[in-house]
Design a protein around this ligand. Structure first.
Ligand code: C2E
Ligand code: CA
Ligand code: CA
Length: 667
């Protein structure tokens, strides 16, 4: 709102000044030069009108800006016929163009005013150079006039650019300095061409005004070239979906913001949680719609010194110049708040969460690369700890390495069997026994310490390493299951399966091989798949699940309630269990919305003939209401945290003893 008021006030001031000037000049209109050569006046005026109605539309920062090509003709007109006629023609051309394009009246008035001021500035230069005496008499044109003409054109250009640029930067909420820093090269290269054409038009007019119409051809050619050039320059530095600057453009912006090594800046990196699910379950159309809306909401949160870019996929970056840590936190909070209201995409309403990492210049990094990398580390930290926003903290750096740096390491780690599994038990609520254990992948990285799946799973999925990774976890887990079985611990082993793995037709075969090698019965294996995994390619997913089920393997739907799948579809699959997502379980305090969700999910599962497992139980008090509702099992920190096999073995043994003891006392 204040932005709009600022823009209006500024435009009003320019309009008053420009129109006031017109009012001053019009009474002293000198028609003598026009009378001396009406043909020159008419043809140049036609040139102005023609060029003015042929603006180059250039996409910039999500909006279209216009460049007009009339400068050369206006300059010629000013020199040939004087200020009055030039103003008259320019004004007329403006009005025609603004009526054609139906500009609001205040913009038309502003345009007229800013042209009047620009022309007056050009005239002022001539006056200072003592050239006004020559006005209206271009004959004979000599090369000696060239520097004066160019100076006069430059004055026109500067006043015009500053007046219009200020209005645009005010309107777009970009700082004026930054607007010019970003646009100056562009403006010089486009307007420069026109300025250089001005002396040629003047010389030609001096030679014979009848040649003026020939300038239609070069004007059209310039129009085309500028248009094409602007399009491709824009495309090279912008994301085509959202219109936001892309990664190279963002890097340049950071570089230029910290170029002088002074002041402050912050880089925020944001990505959407589970965006892949949206793409996989609903399709790319919805993914695109979501990204567009996210981009719009981000743009709306920016202050005059901020800019946002889309770095790729669902990753956005924000640069805020002159901001420190506190300002960064408040920007991040604003963004998180802005993303909170649900998104409406073609009839589908969707909640989206984002993780935001913050890196501050110069404390966290002295160059753009480092800042982005640190913001990435912070973002990962936010994801791992499931908070919205995390500032960079070097203490966590080794735990949350950038995904890129890791991909080479992961390949060797899988090959060298360095990938391990930790195990977390699932408690059967009716009997109090441990009926299953879930294998959770861990990567003891030589340099970075123990990595949780949040630090590398996404990367493994993008780099095709998820299949060998899953295979490794499966083999390790089944081997462990056999060892436990030898110790008399009889449990089901749960293994997590990602999309790319499940929709591979050969998956069933590799599972059966692994079972055979470990000497474990298929009934002892439970595969956990998410709703989005099932929706990625429903036909293949269904056939693979049917094969697995046919072979005796149990299928469980993981993170239930967070996906966007249709229940009718799920009910139709050979599934035997749903695991209610921990986000609901964690907040199922008495009477909360989440308690209702958990309870109705348990009921729903039962109606569909499925078992219900509550995951993420962090409070033992939850076990009673869950059991009362008939929930079959529970898993969570309150029961047992994920542990290594060595740690869990004695735990399982004593749990078994405890179960026996309870049985005996009950008997
Ligand atoms: P998930 O399948 O939902 O696994 C449960 C995650 O919740 C585990 O995190 C576990 O440590 C954590 N958790 C368990 N109880 C609690 C609790 O009471 N409170 C809270 N806040 N968290 C609890 P982890 O090990 O980091 O695994 C994260 C996710 O990574 C898993 O979520 C699963 O989707 C995926 N994952 C883990 N191992 C594998 C694997 O071998 N293959 C594949 N494809 N995905 C895996
Ligand atoms: Ca799981
Ligand atoms: Ca889960």
């Amino acid at each position: 709102m204040t932005r709009l008021i600022g823009t209006r006030t500024y435009c009003a001031a320019v309009t008053v000044a420009g129109l006031g000037l017109l009012a001053l000049v019009v009474p002293s209109f000198d028609a003598a030069p026009v009378a001396r050569s009406p043909i020159t006046f008419v043809l140049l005026s036609l040139g102005v009108v023609f060029a003015e109605t042929l603006p180059v539309k250039i996409p910039r920062r999500g909006e279209e800006e216009e460049i007009t090509l009339s400068t050369s003709f206006v300059m010629a007109l000013l020199l040939a016929c004087g200020l009055g006629p030039a103003l008259l023609t320019q004004g007329l051309a403006c009005v025609i163009q603004d009526v054609i394009t139906r500009k609001p009246w205040w913009r038309a008035a502003f345009n007229l005013a800013q042209y009047s001021l620009s022309l007056a500035a050009a005239y002022g230069v001539l006056w200072l150079l003592d050239d006004t005496a020559h006005l209206g008499s271009l004959h004979p044109f000599s090369g000696r006039q060239l520097p004066d003409i160019l100076l006069c054109a430059v004055a026109f250009f500067i006043v015009n650019t500053v007046l219009v640029g200020t209005a645009i930067s005010l309107y777009q909420g970009v700082s004026i300095r930054r607007y010019f820093r970003m646009d100056i090269m562009f403006v010089i290269t486009t307007a420069g061409v026109l300025l250089l054409l001005a002396p040629i038009v003047i010389a030609t007019t001096a030679y014979s005004p009848l040649l003026i119409p020939l300038f239609a051809a070069p004007t059209l050619a310039i129009h085309r070239a500028l248009w094409a050039g602007a399009r491709s320059a824009h495309a090279a530095r912008h994301d085509s979906l959202t219109g936001l600057p892309n990664r190279p453009a963002f890097h340049d912006a950071v570089r230029s913001a910290i170029k002088d090594g002074q002041g402050h800046a912050v880089v925020l990196l944001m990505d959407l949680d589970r965006f892949k699910d949206v793409n996989d379950t609903l399709g790319h159309h919805y993914g695109d719609l979501l990204l567009e809306q996210v981009a719009t909401r981000l743009r709306d949160q920016l202050g005059p010194n901020d800019q946002v870019a889309r770095l790729g996929g669902d990753e956005f970056a924000i640069l805020s110049e002159g901001s420190g840590r506190d300002a960064a936190m408040s920007i991040a909070r604003r963004i998180a708040d802005a993303l909170r209201p649900p998104f409406e995409l073609d009839q589908i309403v969707m909640d989206v969460q984002a993780s935001i990492g913050i890196a501050v210049y110069p404390e966290d990094g002295a160059d753009g690369e480092t800042l982005l990398q640190r913001a990435d580390v912070a973002m990962y930290r936010a994801k791992e700890t499931r908070v919205d926003i995390a500032p960079y903290d070097e203490r966590h750096d080794h735990h949350s390495p950038s995904k890129l740096a890791l991909s080479a390491d992961l390949r060797t780690a899988i090959a060298d069997k360095e990938i391990v599994a930790w195990y977390q038990p699932e408690l059967e609520l009716s009997s109090g026994e441990i009926f299953a254990v879930e294998a959770l992948v861990r990567w003891p990285h030589t340099r970075l310490g123990m990595l949780a799946p949040g630090a590398f799973l996404e990367m493994a999925e993008h780099t095709n390493m998820i299949k060998p990774l899953t295979q490794r976890v499966l083999e390790t887990a089944l081997e462990q299951l056999r060892q436990w079985s030898d110790l008399g611990i009889d449990v089901v082993m749960a293994v997590n399966v990602s999309t790319a793995v499940l929709i591979d037709e050969r998956f069933t075969e590799s599972v059966m091989d692994a079972l055979a090698r470990a000497g474990v019965s298929p009934h002892r294996l439970k595969l956990e798949v998410t709703e989005s995994t099932l929706m990625a390619d429903p036909t293949v997913a269904r056939s693979v699940l049917q094969d697995l089920h046919g072979a005796g393997v149990e299928i469980s739907i993981d993170d239930f309630g967070t996906g966007y799948s249709s229940l009718a579809y799920l009910a139709d699959l050979p599934v035997s269990e749903v695991k209610i997502d921990r986000s609901f379980v964690r907040r199922m305090a008495e009477g909360s919305k989440e308690a209702i969700i958990v309870n109705s999910t348990i009921d729903l599962a039962h109606h569909l003939g499925l078992r219900a497992v509550a995951e993420g139980v962090e409070d033992l008090d939850l076990l009673v209401p869950l059991a009362d509702r008939g929930c079959e099992a529970a898993q969570g920190y309150a029961i047992c945290r994920p542990k290594t096999a060595e740690e869990l073995t004695p735990w399982l043994l004593s749990a078994r003893e405890l179960g026996r003891a309870e049985e005996m006392t009950a008997a």
